[in-house]
Design a protein around this ligand. Structure first.
Ligand code: PAF
Length: 326
């Protein structure tokens, strides 16, 4: 054992160790999520870390951090951009604050279902969108799923858009979500995710919106009586890495990192599928009132004007290409 040597590309960030009996340098980087380890984000980074270590034969070690212990998603993306955090796995909600050209992905009612969303993200359209991080100092390694977002609250069941009027809902720090939800009559309260459970419990907000995987693994059914399956936004996830670190990798290691991220995506999507199949039943059994049969067309119609504005602002042709994808 020769001890830890700080520094390299980013002082204090990349740590290099020389392990006993071998001249091989080991680089230790961190990746984080806002969700608990037992969930669709945790499994993504656990798989990624295992695969990076396996594929690089231990030259790269990825330390995993959960439940926002290194900060919320907005803060983490910023950290990756600045180089104070090496990697993060995040939903795209806060991404437009750093990469405005990706605002398109969080437009409400853009994707029909999981097959559509995954198909687009895995297609040439998805590859081109992933490339948009690079001019902002970030490397996008692979898309994954957060899931279709649904509304929960503790005031009343949401059957029609009118029922949302005046509800104070926690939203992501996403300019697209905030603008859209205002059209529903919601009073949006942007907040980093690590603060949400307490805000719901203390009644600081009436509700929030998130995919089933998030609602269940964070026990929101304990503090929210009603869930409506609005599916108003498909929320993608993405593996992000600091661009300078990425550029410092050999071609071979770059391929390993992408392969590891894709393995993380496969594990993440399998977990999402599992959650989608079981979460409603589990949370209903625990006493949550869940409305599956909502008038989706009325929710879509309520956002038609703001969605037309988004298309104009973010590129009508691109929006149409995503909608038309088969
Ligand atoms: O609501 C959010 O902030 C996000 O959906 C979450 C739960 C952090 C997962 O990406």
């Amino acid at each position: 054992y020769l001890g830890w040597i700080k520094g390299a590309a980013l002082a204090g960030v990349a740590t290099i160790a020389l392990t006993a009996g071998s001249a091989q340098a080991q680089t230790v980087w961190r990746i984080n999520v806002s969700m608990p380890q037992d969930g669709h984000h945790g499994i993504a980074i656990d798989t990624f870390a295992e695969e990076v270590e396996r594929l690089t034969e231990g030259r790269y070690v990825i330390e995993t951090f959960y439940a926002g212990s290194l900060g919320g998603e907005r803060e983490s993306i910023e950290g990756v951009q600045l180089g104070t955090l090496e990697l993060t796995f995040t939903s795209t909600g806060p991404v437009p604050n750093f990469v405005p050209e990706l605002s398109i992905l969080d437009i409400p009612f853009l994707f029909r279902d999981y097959e559509h969303a995954r198909g687009v993200l895995d297609s040439e359209i998805g590859d081109e969108l992933l490339g948009r991080f690079e001019s902002h100092g970030i490397k996008g390694l692979a898309w994954a799923d957060n899931g279709f977002r649904h509304m929960t609250n503790d005031i009343r069941p949401i059957e029609s858009p009118e029922d949302l009027d005046g509800l104070k809902l926690r939203t992501m720090e996403s300019p697209v979500h905030i603008a859209a939800y205002r059209e529903f009559g919601i009073l949006p309260t942007p907040m980093a995710f690590p603060e949400v459970f307490a805000a719901l419990q203390q009644g600081v907000v009436d509700g929030q919106e998130n995919p089933l995987s998030v609602i269940e693994s964070n026990n929101f059914d304990e503090v929210q009586q009603y869930l409506s399956m609005t599916g108003h936004v498909f929320s993608p996830c993405v593996f992000l890495m600091n661009l300078d670190l990425w550029n410092g990798l050999s071609d071979e290691d770059q391929a390993h990192f992408v392969e590891a991220a894709q393995a993380g995506t496969a594990a993440n999507r399998a977990r999402v599928d599992e959650d989608e199949a079981t979460a409603i039943e589990t949370m209903r059994a625990d006493g949550m009132e869940i409305l599956e049969d909502i008038d989706r067309d009325a929710f879509v119609a309520a956002l038609s004007e703001v969605n037309a504005q988004f298309a104009e602002e973010f590129g009508a042709e691109e929006v149409q290409a995503i909608r038309d994808w088969q």
